[in-house]
Design a protein around this ligand. Structure first.
Ligand SMILES: C[S@@+](CC[C@H](N)C(=O)[O-])C[C@H]1O[C@@H](n2cnc3c(N)ncnc32)[C@H](O)[C@@H]1O
Length: 468
């Protein structure tokens, strides 16, 4: 039965709601059908792409009725680039679906009573909110169906984003609404310069080509970092490209490049060359300054990161005499953000460079009550560690999407800190961990925050208090 459904067209399905991970849901003969790039209220014909015994995945091929909640997507690359998949849904509804996602995951997985989920904190900026963008050069531009059908020959060099699920195809981006306009100017000027000067774009199959990747980082202090990755060690061409950027954009405060001859674009293990300016930019938050190097992690929506950290700090209700553990501390941003209100903050994270940044950020901000340790959480947070340090009064934890390792959850249960503030970018794994913590903790507050407008992603902060 399942196999027979593949490629079948199902007519006049009404899209009912959006489920987890932004998938729109309809039903056909009682079976769930997940459809992409539609809105609740749409009536559509779909073609089945995947058919399993309990659900189907399908693509919309015709829209009979448009939902009243639809809005006109603002970006010409919508539907192709995969970056802002919810542009066609009005922002208020995006927010309500994000909040609902949290409610659904907790009801389904957390198996513990939760209080009413607070109204989600939306983002003031719903466009141009990112402080970091990463663009790829390719000599294999993604062509539209019309371009292919026209039989004409087109420029195949491109600078933009990977097409979802196609590592080798890049959509050439003319305007991206995720980062301020300087980012568009730099990207477009560099592409034009490279085309005019016949500088080669990277070939992902052959693994050659001079221009490989472009990263632009901005900060609320006005500082700008531009990193160009080259796929070949060609000093003359590198000089030409970098000098062009320096001359055309004198406001770049940190102009860097990397010669990356590896198979992939990751550069944590590569040397960074400073062409002009400093090798870091400064981000500000309240009265703190954070130094961000080319390899440092920093939350990509600075304003919403501030909202998120304020929620975490409020939930922690620090009075000044507490020992706080900040688990998965990254570059120690939360640890440093709460340090003035605590007796001591201990941050743990497995990326050693991030821990170095965290220490540096404490030093810059003259915070002398923080300690940072690098290591895998499940190994480092053990009885010895607790013996050497003080027992925590508050634990703030902000794990990656996979959530916390079971050993870490068990350690938290053993530690019995009076409060746990759990920050998460994945309510499903957060709810799973909360179910385990439910053995000793109750959920007191649940506060979703929107860090990524136009996407289904939602950040969620939960306050757990130890049962008396
Ligand atoms: C969601 S980020 C949190 C970042 C930080 N709290 C912030 O707001 O900037 C999760 C962090 O956990 C770290 N991490 C992932 N797995 C880890 C593990 N097993 N042990 C320690 N840290 C880990 C990642 O390197 C990353 O910095």
């Amino acid at each position: 039965m399942s196999r027979k459904m593949k490629n079948k067209v199902l007519e006049n399905l009404t899209i009912e709601r959006i489920a987890s991970e932004g998938k729109s849901v309809a039903h056909y003969n009682g079976k769930v059908v997940f459809v992409q790039q539609v809105a609740p209220g749409d009536v559509v014909d779909v073609r089945v792409r995947k058919a399993k015994s309990s659900f189907m995945e399908a693509d919309a091929i015709k829209i009979h009725e448009y939902s009243k909640d639809r809005v006109e997507p603002f970006c010409k690359h919508f539907g192709v680039c995969g970056g802002c998949k919810w542009q066609h849904i009005n922002y208020d509804l995006q927010l309500s679906y994000k909040r609902q996602q949290v409610i659904d995951q907790f009801e389904r997985i957390a198996k513990t009573p939760i209080p009413e989920v607070m109204p989600i904190i939306g983002s003031q900026e719903t466009q141009y909110y990112r402080n970091k963008m990463d663009f790829t050069f390719s000599n294999n531009r993604w062509l539209t169906r019309e371009e292919i059908d026209s039989g004409e020959t087109f420029e195949r060099n491109a600078l933009g984003f990977h097409i979802p699920k196609r590592f080798d195809k890049i959509v050439d981006i003319e305007h991206c609404y995720l980062q301020g306009n300087l980012s568009n100017d730099v990207r477009n000027a560099l592409r034009d310069f490279a085309l005019k000067n016949n500088i080669s774009f990277f070939d992902m199959i052959q693994q050659n080509g001079v221009l490989r990747n472009l990263i632009i980082r901005t900060s609320s202090t006005g500082e700008i970092m531009v990193i160009v990755q080259f796929g070949e060690d060609q000093p003359e061409e590198i000089q030409k490209v970098m000098q062009f950027l320096a001359d055309t954009f004198p406001n770049i405060t940190s102009l860097l490049y990397i010669i990356n001859l590896k198979k992939n674009e990751t550069f944590h293990d590569q040397d960074i060359h400073v062409f002009q300016g400093r090798d870091y930019i400064i981000e500000g938050m309240e009265d703190l300054e954070f130094r961000i190097g080319p390899k440092s992690f920093y939350q990509t929506n600075s304003e919403q990161a501030y909202q998120l950290y304020k929620v975490a700090r409020e939930f922690a209700e620090l009075k000044g005499d507490e020992v706080v553990y900040d688990l998965y501390t990254g570059t120690g941003t939360i640890a440093n953000f709460v340090a003035k209100k605590a007796k001591q903050v201990i941050g743990i994270e497995y990326v050693e460079e991030a821990i170095e940044d965290a220490k540096l950020n404490s030093k810059i901000n003259k915070l002398d009550n923080t300690l940072f340790y690098a290591g895998d959480m499940k190994d480092i947070l053990n009885d010895d560690f607790i013996q050497k340090h003080q027992q925590p009064d508050v634990i703030i934890t902000d794990p990656p999407r996979a959530g916390m390792h079971e050993d870490v959850v068990n350690m938290l249960l053993k530690l019995e800190a009076p409060k746990i503030v759990y920050v998460s970018c994945n309510p499903a794994t957060q709810a799973r961990d909360v179910a385990l913590l439910g053995e000793k903790y109750q959920v007191d507050k649940v506060q979703p925050v929107d860090m990524f407008p136009q996407t289904y992603h939602v950040e969620n902060v939960v306050l757990l208090t130890l049962n008396s």
